[in-house]
Write a protein that binds this ligand. Structure first.
Ligand SMILES: Nc1ncnc2c1ncn2[C@@H]1O[C@H](COP(=O)(O)OP(=O)(O)O)[C@@H](O)[C@H]1O
Ligand SMILES: [Mg+2]
Length: 404
């Protein structure tokens, strides 16, 4: 099968999906804007052909593919990078290929359309409105009532997302949103936050996964001193997870999702009520696919490729471990000078640490707002959830990276 992979090497994890397509026997044609010589090696290994285009120039991309179509018939167009999922849908429509259409893709990209479709299915969303004007935000705030969340309609990574508790705060926040063309205003849902992620084929869920964020992503993004952590949960059967799981299945069917990865976020309030957050028709970022692999001792890159190319999974993919990741942000600015508290924790949890990737000493620290990974990560696993909670808390609190 010939598969067109949009942006096969960027962001970097795309390269593993590209290689996985080749591993399951597909012939992979890459279409992206990276120069060929900077494609990651995993992407290069997977690609039979690479066409360099400007992905923002849709007409140019369609023209390049029409040229390719004279030599090779392609049967599938895949894109796992959010900004170009609509482009992939347009290509499918232009070439009459199966998979998500533009109409099916829009609700995965436009958070207002998303919630409208999900409301129509009777699923609990935060009270919401979308607007392009300052007056519209005030109107929505009045209707919804404080506290509210104001965020971009097509946002990612909690960028430009604000919790607003009062009219005075709204006055302060509005100027910060001037560059955002359309915002979503929502009821603020005070809750714990989880994901419900799947790999599907032909509308059937083949693999399920849940992640528990600690603290909530907006808090991770707001406070530099926090070490974000998340835990991939081994056991999805506890009663307090069933509401999210059920909601996940209902959301997938409301959106008519067919094949590939999905990544939904959901909120669980203290009284047990479950509220929809958002959904992407793509895998979670922040190395969560690697957490899935450590959780199952499997390969979800290949699992995804099998699902989209063959319509099934050949590996069992049972969740054997809880897997935690801890992301660190250096204290101070400039270059990384030292790590404190790391050696003791590594020695104590030697049996449980599965990955450790830290910005090396002497290298400039990174911008913690640009990526949740920050100055590095540690991943730990254990069948026992309590031990994973303890390890994530200790790596968060007792391990410090300094920069100066
Ligand atoms: N209605 C809401 N109530 C409470 N918190 C919210 C709400 N909407 C967003 N947030 C917080 O902001 C974060 C980012 O919002 P989200 O809608 O997931 O956008 P994205 O992840 O695409 O930036 C969420 O993970 C959550 O912590
Ligand atoms: Mg989100």
């Amino acid at each position: 099968m010939n598969v067109v992979m949009i942006s096969p090497g960027y962001p970097v994890e795309m390269a593993y999906f590209t290689r996985a397509l080749a591993k399951v026997g597909a012939t992979v044609i890459g279409v992206g804007d990276q120069p060929p010589d900077v494609l990651p090696s995993a992407a290069r290994e997977g690609l039979t052909h690479y066409e360099r285009v400007s992905l923002t120039d849709e007409t140019g991309v369609l023209r390049a593919l029409a040229g390719l179509a004279r030599h090779a018939r392609f049967e599938l167009v895949e894109c796992l990078w959010e900004p170009y999922m609509l482009l992939a849908a347009r290509i499918r429509e232009a070439f009459g290929l199966p998979g998500m259409t533009v109409e099916q893709t829009v609700p995965f990209r436009d958070k207002e359309r998303m919630k409208q479709v999900i409301d129509a299915a009777g699923i609990r969303t935060p009270r919401h409105a979308s607007t392009t004007t300052v007056a519209g935000v005030w109107q929505a705030a009045e209707w919804i009532g404080f506290p509210i969340i104001v965020k971009p309609i097509a946002g990612a990574g909690s960028a430009d997302t604000y919790r607003v508790d009062s009219a005075a705060e709204l006055n302060e926040v509005l100027p910060l949103l001037r560059h955002v063309p359309e915002v979503s205003v929502e009821e603020f849902v005070d809750a714990e936050e989880f994901t419900y992620d799947t790999v599907c084929a032909d509308g059937e869920v083949l693999f399920e996964h849940m992640l528990w964020y600690r603290p909530r992503p907006l808090q991770m993004r707001t406070h530099e001193w926090i070490s974000p952590t998340c835990i991939s949960l081994r056991d999805l059967s506890p009663p307090d997870l069933q509401g999210g799981r059920q909601m996940g299945l209902e959301v997938l069917s409301a959106l008519g999702f067919r094949s590939g990865f999905t990544h939904m976020e959901w909120y669980r309030k203290a009284d047990g009520e479950v509220v929809f957050g958002e959904i992407g028709g793509r895998p979670p970022g922040a190395r969560v696919v690697d957490l899935m692999n450590y959780a199952t001792d499997g390969d979800l890159y290949v699992g995804w490729a099998e699902a989209v190319v063959e319509g099934g999974l050949s590996q069992p993919l049972d969740r054997r471990y809880n897997v935690g990741s801890i992301f660190k942000r250096a204290r101070g600015s400039g270059r990384i000078t030292r790590y404190e508290g790391l050696d003791g924790l590594l020695a104590e949890y030697a049996d449980a640490v599965v990955a450790q990737e830290l910005v090396p000493i002497g290298i400039p620290r990174r911008d913690w707002r640009a990526s949740v990974i920050g100055d590095g990560l540690v991943m730990v696993r254990d069948p026992d959830l309590q031990r994973v909670i303890e390890m994530t808390e200790r790596f968060a609190a007792e391990f410090t990276i300094y920069a100066e």
